[in-house]
Every structure is written in C-alpha cells, then in structure tokens.
Ligand binder design. Structure first.
Ligand code: AMP
Ligand code: MG
Length: 423
C-alpha cells in the first residue's frame, strides 16, 4: 500500500516514511524534450540509448608498434619478418600481407585482415628492412589489440532510461555519434524565504534583522539536483501575502519551496496559507535538525510543496532528505534515496533516542582503506559554517543513543550529483 502524506494526522513520522510520502507527491516524472549534446550535462535520460555502431568500430592497435600475424605454433615462427609498409590512425591498409610480412602501425589504426598481434617498438629490432622480435617467448597472440565492439557492441543498451548524464556519459554518447538525446524537462522550482526579520543581502540590515541565507543555499541545492530556480524573494509573516504568493507560484512551478514560518508560533503563517491554497500533509517527522516541516500540494495543479524549517542547517538537511529525492523522482531517476556509506566514528558522537540525528561530518579514508568520520564540532541548527566544514551528513538511527568512538555509523556523502548520487 502506498503512503500518502495526507493520511498521517498528527502522528510522528519516521524519516523513511516521510521520504516515501514525499515521493508520493510526484505521481509521474515530468515530460521530455530533445537537447543537443552540448546541453546535456546533468540532465536525465528519458530514453534508453541503443548503440547504433560497434565501439570501437574496427579492431585496432592499442599502441604504436609492429603488427603481424603471430603463428599458433613456435615451429611456424620465422626468425624475422619483412617490414612491408605502415598503417596510420585514420587510414586503412589496403591489400593483404604476405606470409612473413609485417607493418608498422600507430595507436588506433585498424588492423589489416589476417593481422592479430601488435608488438611494441621497444621489443623489436629493425635491420636491413627486416624486423626481429627480441623475446618471442613473451609475445601473446592477440596482444595489444582492441577488438571491434569491445567497449560497446552494436545493438546493446549503452545507457538506460533514468541515467543522469555526467562527464563520462556525455563522452560515451559522443563516442556513439549521438548529437542529441531525449531527456526529462528540468523541474522548475519556486523558492521563497519567509520572515519579517529576513533581509536580502546587499540591503541595510535592520537592528533585529538577519540576512537571507536560505534562498541562496536552497537555490544552490536545487541546481545541484538538476532543477531550475525561480527565485521569488522574501515574504513577510503575513498570511494574506503568503496565500497570494503560494497560489501564484503553484501555477508556474513544478515544485514550490519555502523556508521558515512552519512552527506553531504566532507569526508562522506558512501552514495556515498552505491549508488555504492547497492540502496540508505531514509536518511532524522524527528528525533532528529539521522540525518542523510542512508538505503538501498547492492549487488546482496539485503542485508539490515543501515548507522547510527556517534554521539554515535544518533547511539544507531537510532539503537533502526529502526535496532532493522528490526532484530526482520528477526527473525520472531510478533510485531517489540518498547515497549512503558506512564509516567508523573517530570520536564519540552525541545522539538522543527517538529521532534520526543528522550531524555534520568530515569523512576520509585511512591508510588501511577504512572510512572514518568525525563531527565538525558545534551542531546547532543555525550553525551554517558546520555545513561548509562538512563533506557528509552522519545519520544516526532513531533507536541509537550516543555512539562511542570506533562504532560503525551511516554517512551520506555530499557527492557530485553526477557521480556519487543514485541514478
Ligand atoms: P522560523 O522557522 O521562521 O521560526 O525560523 C527559525 C530561525 O531561522 C529563526 O532564527 C529565523 O530568523 C531563521 N531564519 C528563517 N529564515 C531564514 C533565512 N532565509 N535565512 C537565514 N535564517 C533564517
Ligand atoms: Mg520565521
């Protein structure tokens, strides 16, 4: 049975339940569009790519050397070969080689018919137009040869639907001769900050003001996760203004995010506005930092909505746990969950039972190949410098208390989205 975020009432959700419920806000991926090769970086395939050719196209030389037909039996091996010409990369050698003949060949040049082996220049001697192999016993028939189709054979699926295209995938598409591909449309994500105290960078900071960090960290995360940012500025703690702004944003965006204004304080108007413009879903999750969080659908298009907490670390942590998987689902990625590894704690890690704790961590691999992780230090949910220092989140399960040094713990690396993240 699927989990709907509207079925929970006031019950506290686990992080896993909340993620599943968030994904249910996206019934299907966005539509698709053709994009040229140059614009494909970071995009997600909406088609599987079947190779139209063998890569490499021809059986060819893996190095500069001497190409010849190496006899099966030692007894058939001549003392030396006649150097009958050369074949360079980008050219074909026309005609057949006679018995006992060889060719000079460069890396990437197609092997002529009947030739099967390449020997490095350094391992042969040339004398009076004849080539002598210095250590014939160490030659393997077929050595230094790249077979046609050994990378990708014609007709096989080279890249599956749902693959995010990073540098290697772009190179692979190009090696198939593709100059365009069908990809998912990039999700348009509207982002607001909220709060009377929140001030745009560059403006005068009032005595009780705070500069708006969230709109910019969230915009960065949106782009890193394949979205397109619609920056809708800062909203005051005014319910009517918020209702109008959310209704407007929902008409135009694939996903709407706000930060701040979701707790039960007097000035916290996001939940009230959400109830007017759409449907309010879960908002109690057993997570720290990250409470409170609202989620639901807006307007007639039922645009997915996340009201993230105002504290800057909490806003980023909840984005990574709930919004990022939703963005991946909108783009049709196959595995929406965060990427996880296991590391050993280098120091004691504080945690209370009952909620999943996300600490900011620094992980590394020690000389023995073991991943180890330590905390960045002070873990307040307003300490944005802890996110700058960190290269991962340390995820401590709800049923675990303080972890001792040396215990195994789950980490979520901040990975380059094209490499480390699930596709
Ligand atoms: P709230 O969830 O609105 O109660 O906000 C919680 C805390 O986060 C308060 O200290 C806010 O001032 C702060 N905060 C809210 N929005 C932002 C923002 N966009 N940038 C930086 N801090 C914020
Ligand atoms: Mg506020």
């Amino acid at each position: 049975m699927s989990l709907s975020c509207f079925d929970f009432g006031e019950r506290m959700l686990t992080v896993g339940e909340a993620r599943t419920a968030a994904l249910e806000l996206v019934p299907r991926p966005l539509g698709d569009e053709w994009q040229s090769l140059k614009s494909l970086h970071g995009r997600v395939l909406a088609q599987s790519i079947v190779s139209p050719i063998d890569v490499p196209q021809n059986t060819n030389s893996a190095m500069d050397g001497i190409a010849l037909a190496w006899p099966e039996a030692d007894a058939e091996r001549p003392d030396s070969w006649v150097l009958a010409g050369e074949v360079l990369a980008g050219h074909r050698h026309e005609g057949l080689l006679g018995p006992g003949e060889c060719l000079r060949i460069t890396t990437g040049a197609p092997l002529p018919a009947c030739v099967d082996t390449v020997i490095m220049h350094e391992q042969v001697k040339l004398h009076a137009g004849r080539i002598r192999v210095q250590h014939p016993g160490s030659v393997r028939k077929g050595q230094n040869v790249r077979l046609a189709g050994e990378d990708i054979a014609q007709g096989v699926v080279a890249l599956a639907t749902g693959t995010r295209l990073g540098a290697a995938e772009l190179g692979l598409l190009a090696s198939l001769g593709m100059e365009q591909a069908l990809v998912r449309r990039r999700p348009r994500v509207a982002v607001f900050s909220t709060g009377d105290e929140v001030t745009a960078p560059g403006e005068f900071l009032p005595e009780a003001g705070i500069f708006d960090a969230n709109r910019f960290s969230l915009a960065g995360l949106i782009v890193e996760h394949g979205g397109e940012v619609c920056d809708l500025g800062i909203l005051p703690d005014d319910r009517h203004v918020m209702i109008a702004a959310l209704a407007d944003a929902a008409g135009d965006a694939d996903l709407v995010i706000t930060s701040g204004g979701v707790s039960v304080g007097e000035a916290d108007q996001v939940r009230a506005a959400l109830a007017e413009v759409g449907e309010l879903g879960f908002w109690k999750i057993a997570i720290r930092p990250g409470r409170p969080l609202a989620c639901g659908r807006l307007g007639p298009q039922q645009t997915p909505f996340f009201g993230l907490p105002g504290n800057p670390v909490a806003a980023m942590v909840t984005f990574l746990q709930f919004v990022a998987p939703t963005l991946r689902r909108l783009q049709g990625c196959q595995a929406p969950d965060p990427w996880r590894l296991t590391a050993l704690a280098e120091s004691d890690l504080p945690s209370r039972k009952g909620r999943v704790d996300f600490l900011r961590g620094i992980f590394h691999c020690d000389a023995g190949g073991q991943l180890r992780v330590r905390s960045t230090g002070h873990q307040g949910s307003g300490i944005l410098s802890s996110m700058v220092a960190a290269n991962c989140l340390i995820e401590i399960a709800a049923d675990r208390e303080n972890l001792a040094r040396g215990e195994a713990v789950t980490i979520q690396p901040f990975a380059d989205i094209c490499r480390g993240m699930p596709r």
